[in-house]
Design a protein around this ligand. Structure first.
Ligand code: C5P
Length: 215
């Protein structure tokens, strides 16, 4: 059978990452969090003290990104995500990273990729496209819970404002804005826990697999 390719898009904090991991485990697929590649570019600029709108250095950093060696712990910092959304507006940075992400999507065992433009730009031919959302309030609440579970402190209103700013930047940019592909299945997780979201996504994938085995 042709390898299965799943594309997951949605705004920051909607639960794409957790869902992608669960689906990759369940269907034995390779998994790529494409946000990490934009984060790697941003991290390099921050480390070197270069401005985030320095396209020349950002492009150089994008060329050096190795998808097999992205350190999630280093890149997960909130400030890096914020900075990533700034370098992600540079078209040449996107072009370079999209090329690497597409190569990854052709893994013989199949793959699940998550990000902002997977169903629309990176893998328009994906077998299954999911657009995962949740209200900004719910996403802010989840983020606050994560921070507090790690013993940290934050203001709900600040987290909410951050999320809204990031949404605006990701949905409002000219190149590859965040939006659902025409053929994406919408999954609003505002009222779902991880298990319910997984089961809903699994139902969509199983349906596609069943139809595929009939042709
Ligand atoms: O998903 P994550 O929070 O790690 O993504 C960080 C930023 O990288 C996003 O806010 C977005 O601006 C950018 N990004 C993107 N396209 C992707 C994945 C992430 O523009 N496919």
């Amino acid at each position: 059978a042709r390898p299965l390719l799943i594309a997951i898009d949605g705004p920051a904090g909607a639960g794409k990452g957790t869902l992608a991991r669960r689906l990759a485990d369940y269907y034995h697929l390779a998994q790529l969090d494409t946000g990490l590649s934009y984060r790697a570019v941003a991290h390099k600029l921050i480390e070197k003290g270069w401005p985030l709108d320095d396209a020349g250095h950002a492009i150089e950093a994008a060329r050096l990104v190795d998808l097999g060696h992205l350190d999630r712990t280093v890149l997960s910092a909130h400030a890096v995500g914020e900075a990533a959304s700034k370098v992600a507006v540079i078209p040449e940075v996107r072009r370079i990273l999209v090329g690497k992400q597409r190569a990854f999507s052709r893994k013989p065992e199949g793959a699940v990729l998550d990000g902002r433009d997977i169903g629309t730009v990176v893998c328009p031919d994906a077998d299954v496209k999911l657009y995962v959302t949740a209200s900004a309030q719910v996403r802010a609440r989840r983020r606050l819970n994560e921070i507090e579970e790690k013993g940290g402190h934050a203001e709900f209103s600040e987290i909410l404002a951050d999320i809204q700013r990031r949404d605006e930047r990701d949905m409002g940019r000219a190149d590859s804005p965040l939006r659902p592909a025409a053929d994406a299945h919408l999954l609003d997780t505002s009222e779902m826990d991880i298990e319910a979201a997984f089961l809903a996504a699994k139902a969509v994938v199983d349906d596609v697999l069943a139809k595929r085995s009939k042709v």
